[in-house]
Design a protein around this ligand. Sequence first.
Ligand code: A3P
Length: 299
Amino acid sequence: MEGRNVSAAFARGEAIEFEGIYLNHYFTDNWDNIKNFQARPDDILINTYPKAGTTWVSYILDLLYFGNTAPERQASLPIYERIPFLEAAYPGMPSGVDRTNGLTTTPRLIKCHLPVQLVPKSFWEQNCKIVYVARNAKDSAVSYYHFSRMNFIAPEPGDWNTYLQKFMNGKLVFGPWYDHVHGFWEKKQIYSNIHYMFYEDMIEDIGREVEHLCSFLGLSPPIEERERIIKSAHFNAMKQNNMTNYSTMPTMDFKISPFLRKGKVGDWKTHFTVAQNEMFDKHYKQKMKHIPLQFRTEI
Ligand code: A3P
């Protein structure tokens, strides 16, 4: 889609209330098939609130499982085809459910942004492994804002101040960040097959995080291979790789903002005014009062 006549091809959906959260119709149109999706015991679900580093961890998983065995996959299959986005139903493209059911590789790696209560129940019944990534609220809000500007299936973001208010009020697609990160954290206490990761930890020490991820998955790649994977999944390498940078995704306009934008902890400081920061901190304190999760907004 050179020139990116994307706005004509994809109408921005409205955020609508659905099953207790805000979604847009691209994620509800195929709802019955999502709800009834049949997971397999060896499926691996990658779940995040949007913009937490889903693509980064997805690519690492893809390389861990298929990096050595499927060179054509690495060379010619965009990440969103390798790792289907379960709830997506975009016009002119196979739905996430159809893409997943069409996968011939094992394990199936599946991306999902649904909050814990809306994850199809077969994932729990099959005791699937779930990799959850959380990112601090301020950087998540900033990243989501720029993504909503460039991705023409997202509701119109409006200006930054309006967007931040919507983030705080849980009115963005996929609902409140606060409930999302907390929901999976709570679930992890009773469902041991969740590996809960933090974007900030990945930025701080990706080697350590890949090692923990491998122990969770029961993988023990040789150290050289782990290093190769970490190198390939570096921000700059992923940004230059057309199979991981989303440049082939027809809903996105890179002239507005790239998908791999900054890849940092603390970019929120270039967006929040002092007043917005004070207001946000006050609200955050209240929302997170009983939630035993600590996020780092700088490292
Ligand atoms: P920024 O917009 O802050 O740059 P998701 O994949 O969940 O949509 O998350 C996208 C965010 O993760 C973007 O954040 C993107 O730049 C960042 N990201 C993707 N790959 C990364 C990598 N290899 N290293 C660091 N950050 C990465």
